[in-house]
Design a protein around this ligand. Structure first.
Ligand SMILES: O=P(O)(O)OC[C@H]1O[C@H](OP(=O)(O)OP(=O)(O)O)[C@H](O)[C@@H]1O
Ligand SMILES: Nc1nc2[nH]cnc2c(=O)[nH]1
Length: 175
């Protein structure tokens, strides 16, 4: 058990399990995008570790860029998405793969899918390390999922609680 600020968290997914699953996702993504040169759009902050590990398991040419949005206030989704850092790449006619650390209510994802559709992308898919199917309120579903998890707050491997815990090698669940 670990404590972050005022909350206790218990180990939930080990570093080995995460690494094994990311390798599988990388193989799947490599196959789907073979010869297509997609643009991978990593959603900061949380997905930076997943992105760094995932792209090194992909064996077909890809481009990577970053976008920054945030909708979470401490432990709960605020229901609103604030776009903080925009994209400079031209995405018209491109195959886009959005990389997320977690899809929870789906609010962020829905917002991003709509924004990319408006920019004339050729295709949009989503890869997420974690998905909470029970929490999802929106229709857009991720195409590549590392782990489906219950509707409990998690930290580690890029995910934070009040800014802390992103450096943890494992994923921990709120007790
Ligand atoms: O499906 P939703 O309910 O929209 O939640 C998912 C979003 O929440 C997290 O971001 P957060 O707002 O915590 O920002 P961060 O990545 O900078 O920590 C995560 O990275 C997703 O972008
Ligand atoms: N750290 C963290 N961020 C989130 N953003 C959406 N869901 C979660 C979660 O369970 N943990």
């Amino acid at each position: 058990m670990i404590k972050i600020i005022d909350k206790d968290f218990t180990p939930y997914i080990s570093a080995e399990e995460i690494s094994k699953r990311i390798n599988e996702l990388g193989a799947e993504i490599s196959k789907v995008y073979e010869g297509e040169k997609p643009l991978l759009v990593s959603v900061l902050n949380g997905s930076f570790i997943f992105t760094a590990d995932l792209i090194r398991t992909i064996d077909t040419p890809i481009e990577v860029t970053f976008i920054r949005v945030a909708s979470y206030d401490a432990l709960k989704s605020s229901g609103k998405v604030r776009e903080i850092l925009g994209l400079k790449e031209n995405v018209f006619g491109r195959d886009i793969l959005i990389l997320e650390d977690i899809v929870d209510t789906g609010t962020t994802l829905e917002h991003l899918m709509e924004a990319f559709q408006d920019l004339g992308t050729k295709s949009i898919k989503v890869a997420t390390l974690l998905h909470k199917p029970e929490a999802q309120e929106k229709a857009s579903k991720p195409d590549f999922v590392g782990f489906e998890i219950p509707n409990k707050f998690v930290v580690g491997f890029g995910l934070d609680y009040e800014g802390f815990g992103r450096e943890l090698k494992e994923i921990y669940q709120l007790v």
